[in-house]
Design a protein around this ligand. Structure first.
Ligand code: FMN
Length: 231
Protein backbone atom coordinates (compact mmCIF):
# COMPACT_ATOMS: atom_id res chain seq x y z
CA UNK A 1 0.00 0.00 0.00
CA UNK A 2 1.36 3.39 -0.98
CA UNK A 3 0.12 5.60 1.87
CA UNK A 4 0.92 8.68 -0.24
CA UNK A 5 -2.37 7.93 -2.03
CA UNK A 6 -4.15 8.98 1.18
CA UNK A 7 -2.46 12.44 1.09
CA UNK A 8 -4.38 13.13 -2.12
CA UNK A 9 -7.75 13.09 -0.30
CA UNK A 10 -9.22 16.60 0.09
CA UNK A 11 -10.84 17.91 3.30
CA UNK A 12 -12.02 21.11 4.95
CA UNK A 13 -11.20 22.18 8.51
CA UNK A 14 -13.83 22.58 11.20
CA UNK A 15 -14.45 23.13 14.90
CA UNK A 16 -16.87 20.58 16.32
CA UNK A 17 -18.50 21.75 19.56
CA UNK A 18 -20.74 19.74 21.84
CA UNK A 19 -22.04 19.46 25.40
CA UNK A 20 -24.97 20.31 27.63
CA UNK A 21 -25.87 21.75 31.07
CA UNK A 22 -23.09 24.36 31.07
CA UNK A 23 -20.39 21.78 30.16
CA UNK A 24 -19.22 22.53 26.63
CA UNK A 25 -16.10 21.91 24.56
CA UNK A 26 -14.78 22.01 21.01
CA UNK A 27 -12.13 20.32 18.89
CA UNK A 28 -10.68 20.62 15.41
CA UNK A 29 -11.79 18.01 12.88
CA UNK A 30 -11.04 17.64 9.19
CA UNK A 31 -13.17 14.52 8.81
CA UNK A 32 -16.62 16.00 8.18
CA UNK A 33 -18.86 15.57 5.16
CA UNK A 34 -22.46 15.96 4.11
CA UNK A 35 -24.18 12.56 3.88
CA UNK A 36 -27.65 13.40 2.50
CA UNK A 37 -29.44 16.46 1.19
CA UNK A 38 -33.10 15.88 2.00
CA UNK A 39 -33.36 15.69 4.94
CA UNK A 40 -29.86 17.07 5.37
CA UNK A 41 -27.35 15.07 7.36
CA UNK A 42 -23.60 15.14 8.03
CA UNK A 43 -20.99 12.73 9.43
CA UNK A 44 -17.87 13.30 11.55
CA UNK A 45 -15.12 10.89 12.64
CA UNK A 46 -14.12 11.53 16.26
CA UNK A 47 -11.40 9.82 18.31
CA UNK A 48 -12.76 7.94 21.32
CA UNK A 49 -10.09 9.53 23.58
CA UNK A 50 -11.32 13.06 22.90
CA UNK A 51 -13.37 14.99 25.45
CA UNK A 52 -15.60 16.08 22.58
CA UNK A 53 -16.39 12.40 21.89
CA UNK A 54 -17.61 12.03 25.48
CA UNK A 55 -19.79 15.16 25.16
CA UNK A 56 -21.35 14.09 21.85
CA UNK A 57 -22.27 10.71 23.37
CA UNK A 58 -23.78 12.48 26.40
CA UNK A 59 -25.69 15.34 24.75
CA UNK A 60 -26.44 13.65 21.38
CA UNK A 61 -25.91 16.94 19.54
CA UNK A 62 -23.04 18.89 18.01
CA UNK A 63 -22.26 21.97 15.95
CA UNK A 64 -19.81 22.10 13.05
CA UNK A 65 -18.31 25.58 12.57
CA UNK A 66 -16.43 26.04 9.31
CA UNK A 67 -13.00 27.67 9.73
CA UNK A 68 -11.77 30.52 7.53
CA UNK A 69 -8.45 30.40 5.68
CA UNK A 70 -7.01 33.17 7.88
CA UNK A 71 -7.66 31.32 11.17
CA UNK A 72 -4.44 31.78 13.20
CA UNK A 73 -2.31 28.76 14.13
CA UNK A 74 -2.65 29.41 17.87
CA UNK A 75 -6.44 29.23 17.50
CA UNK A 76 -6.17 25.90 15.66
CA UNK A 77 -3.59 24.80 18.25
CA UNK A 78 -5.97 25.51 21.14
CA UNK A 79 -8.78 23.42 19.65
CA UNK A 80 -6.62 20.82 17.89
CA UNK A 81 -3.71 20.07 20.22
CA UNK A 82 -5.18 20.68 23.69
CA UNK A 83 -7.92 18.73 25.43
CA UNK A 84 -10.95 20.20 27.14
CA UNK A 85 -10.11 17.83 29.99
CA UNK A 86 -7.05 20.02 30.73
CA UNK A 87 -8.09 23.52 29.66
CA UNK A 88 -11.35 25.42 29.29
CA UNK A 89 -11.07 26.10 25.57
CA UNK A 90 -14.35 27.95 25.35
CA UNK A 91 -13.79 30.58 28.06
CA UNK A 92 -12.38 33.43 25.92
CA UNK A 93 -14.01 32.45 22.64
CA UNK A 94 -16.83 34.47 21.09
CA UNK A 95 -19.85 32.17 20.66
CA UNK A 96 -23.62 32.26 20.38
CA UNK A 97 -26.23 29.57 20.86
CA UNK A 98 -28.97 28.54 18.48
CA UNK A 99 -31.45 25.67 18.14
CA UNK A 100 -29.32 22.98 19.83
CA UNK A 101 -27.98 25.32 22.59
CA UNK A 102 -24.47 24.06 21.76
CA UNK A 103 -21.99 26.97 21.35
CA UNK A 104 -21.55 28.15 17.77
CA UNK A 105 -18.01 29.51 17.33
CA UNK A 106 -18.14 33.02 15.86
CA UNK A 107 -14.38 33.67 15.68
CA UNK A 108 -12.44 32.65 12.55
CA UNK A 109 -15.48 30.89 11.09
CA UNK A 110 -17.57 31.51 7.98
CA UNK A 111 -20.62 29.28 8.56
CA UNK A 112 -22.07 26.77 10.98
CA UNK A 113 -24.27 23.66 10.95
CA UNK A 114 -26.28 22.51 13.98
CA UNK A 115 -26.78 18.76 14.24
CA UNK A 116 -28.79 16.26 16.29
CA UNK A 117 -27.15 12.84 16.57
CA UNK A 118 -28.90 10.06 14.70
CA UNK A 119 -26.48 7.14 14.30
CA UNK A 120 -23.07 5.99 15.54
CA UNK A 121 -20.61 3.66 13.85
CA UNK A 122 -17.84 2.12 15.98
CA UNK A 123 -14.64 2.25 13.91
CA UNK A 124 -12.06 1.11 16.47
CA UNK A 125 -10.07 4.20 17.46
CA UNK A 126 -12.81 6.52 16.16
CA UNK A 127 -16.60 6.75 16.12
CA UNK A 128 -18.42 8.05 13.08
CA UNK A 129 -21.29 10.18 14.29
CA UNK A 130 -24.06 10.81 11.76
CA UNK A 131 -26.65 13.45 12.54
CA UNK A 132 -29.55 15.40 11.10
CA UNK A 133 -29.02 19.05 10.30
CA UNK A 134 -31.48 21.09 12.37
CA UNK A 135 -30.16 24.58 11.62
CA UNK A 136 -27.27 26.50 10.10
CA UNK A 137 -26.20 29.83 8.66
CA UNK A 138 -23.49 31.71 6.81
CA UNK A 139 -21.87 34.33 9.06
CA UNK A 140 -19.08 35.70 6.86
CA UNK A 141 -17.75 35.85 3.33
CA UNK A 142 -14.13 34.78 3.80
CA UNK A 143 -12.70 31.77 1.99
CA UNK A 144 -13.10 28.54 4.02
CA UNK A 145 -9.92 26.78 5.16
CA UNK A 146 -8.99 23.53 3.45
CA UNK A 147 -6.80 20.86 5.02
CA UNK A 148 -4.35 21.28 2.13
CA UNK A 149 -4.05 25.04 2.85
CA UNK A 150 -3.48 24.30 6.55
CA UNK A 151 -0.73 21.80 5.70
CA UNK A 152 1.00 23.37 2.74
CA UNK A 153 0.59 27.12 3.24
CA UNK A 154 0.44 27.35 7.03
CA UNK A 155 2.83 24.40 7.63
CA UNK A 156 0.32 22.76 10.01
CA UNK A 157 0.39 19.18 11.33
CA UNK A 158 -2.16 16.80 12.86
CA UNK A 159 -1.94 15.08 16.26
CA UNK A 160 -2.12 11.30 16.78
CA UNK A 161 -5.87 11.53 17.49
CA UNK A 162 -6.68 12.83 13.99
CA UNK A 163 -7.87 10.15 11.54
CA UNK A 164 -5.36 11.43 8.98
CA UNK A 165 -2.35 11.36 11.36
CA UNK A 166 0.91 10.36 9.70
CA UNK A 167 4.17 9.88 11.62
CA UNK A 168 6.80 12.31 10.26
CA UNK A 169 4.17 13.83 7.98
CA UNK A 170 5.87 15.79 5.16
CA UNK A 171 5.02 19.50 5.07
CA UNK A 172 5.88 22.22 2.61
CA UNK A 173 8.15 23.66 5.32
CA UNK A 174 10.12 20.43 5.56
CA UNK A 175 11.02 20.37 1.87
CA UNK A 176 11.61 24.07 1.24
CA UNK A 177 15.07 25.64 1.02
CA UNK A 178 15.52 28.14 3.86
CA UNK A 179 18.29 30.77 4.39
CA UNK A 180 18.78 29.60 7.99
CA UNK A 181 18.14 26.28 9.73
CA UNK A 182 14.59 25.15 10.43
CA UNK A 183 13.56 24.10 13.90
CA UNK A 184 10.91 21.56 14.79
CA UNK A 185 8.62 21.59 17.84
CA UNK A 186 9.26 18.34 19.75
CA UNK A 187 5.71 18.46 21.15
CA UNK A 188 3.54 18.79 18.01
CA UNK A 189 5.92 18.63 15.04
CA UNK A 190 5.35 22.21 13.80
CA UNK A 191 8.37 23.35 11.77
CA UNK A 192 9.59 26.93 12.17
CA UNK A 193 10.78 28.06 8.77
CA UNK A 194 12.74 31.36 8.80
CA UNK A 195 11.59 32.05 5.23
CA UNK A 196 7.99 32.27 6.45
CA UNK A 197 8.54 33.48 10.02
CA UNK A 198 5.39 33.40 12.16
CA UNK A 199 3.44 36.50 11.09
CA UNK A 200 0.42 35.51 13.27
CA UNK A 201 2.69 36.01 16.31
CA UNK A 202 4.49 39.09 14.94
CA UNK A 203 7.62 37.22 13.74
CA UNK A 204 8.31 38.64 10.29
CA UNK A 205 9.45 36.42 7.38
CA UNK A 206 13.26 36.17 7.32
CA UNK A 207 13.67 36.04 11.13
CA UNK A 208 16.25 33.42 12.18
CA UNK A 209 15.10 31.10 14.97
CA UNK A 210 17.91 32.39 17.20
CA UNK A 211 16.54 35.94 16.89
CA UNK A 212 12.99 35.10 18.03
CA UNK A 213 12.29 36.42 21.56
CA UNK A 214 12.30 33.77 24.35
CA UNK A 215 8.70 34.69 25.17
CA UNK A 216 7.59 33.28 21.78
CA UNK A 217 5.68 29.99 21.91
CA UNK A 218 4.85 27.36 19.31
CA UNK A 219 1.96 28.78 17.25
CA UNK A 220 0.32 25.35 17.05
CA UNK A 221 0.56 23.77 20.51
CA UNK A 222 1.84 26.60 22.75
CA UNK A 223 5.09 24.83 23.76
CA UNK A 224 7.89 27.26 24.69
CA UNK A 225 10.95 27.97 22.55
CA UNK A 226 13.18 25.53 24.50
CA UNK A 227 11.08 22.61 23.19
CA UNK A 228 12.35 23.26 19.63
CA UNK A 229 15.11 21.16 18.06
CA UNK A 230 17.11 21.57 14.88
CA UNK A 231 15.03 20.05 12.08
C1 FMN B 1 -5.67 19.68 11.49
C2 FMN B 1 -6.30 18.79 12.53
C3 FMN B 1 -7.29 17.90 12.15
C4 FMN B 1 -7.90 17.07 13.10
N1 FMN B 1 -8.91 16.23 12.71
C5 FMN B 1 -9.50 15.44 13.63
C6 FMN B 1 -10.61 14.62 13.28
O1 FMN B 1 -11.11 14.66 12.15
N2 FMN B 1 -11.14 13.81 14.24
C7 FMN B 1 -10.62 13.75 15.51
O2 FMN B 1 -11.14 13.00 16.34
N3 FMN B 1 -9.59 14.55 15.88
C8 FMN B 1 -9.03 15.40 14.98
N4 FMN B 1 -8.03 16.23 15.36
C9 FMN B 1 -7.50 16.13 16.74
C10 FMN B 1 -8.35 16.83 17.80
O3 FMN B 1 -8.69 18.14 17.41
C11 FMN B 1 -7.52 16.87 19.11
O4 FMN B 1 -7.26 15.53 19.54
C12 FMN B 1 -8.16 17.67 20.22
O5 FMN B 1 -7.14 17.99 21.14
C13 FMN B 1 -9.26 16.94 20.97
O6 FMN B 1 -9.75 17.80 21.97
P1 FMN B 1 -10.75 17.37 23.13
O7 FMN B 1 -10.09 16.28 23.96
O8 FMN B 1 -10.92 18.64 23.91
O9 FMN B 1 -12.01 16.90 22.51
C14 FMN B 1 -7.46 17.12 14.45
C15 FMN B 1 -6.48 18.05 14.83
C16 FMN B 1 -5.91 18.88 13.89
C17 FMN B 1 -4.86 19.88 14.31
Amino acid sequence: MNRAALYKISYGLYIVTSGQDGKFNGQIANSMFQVTSNPGSVAISINKENFTHELIKLSRKFVVSILVQSAPMNFIGLFGFKSGRDVNKMQNIKTKTGTTKVPIVLENTVAYIEVELEKELDCGTHTIFVGNIVDGDVIGNEEPMTYAYYQHVKGGKSPKTAPTYVKDEPTAASVQTAPGPRYVCSVCGYVYDPVKGDPDSGIVPGTRFEDIPDSWTCPVCGADKSKFELA
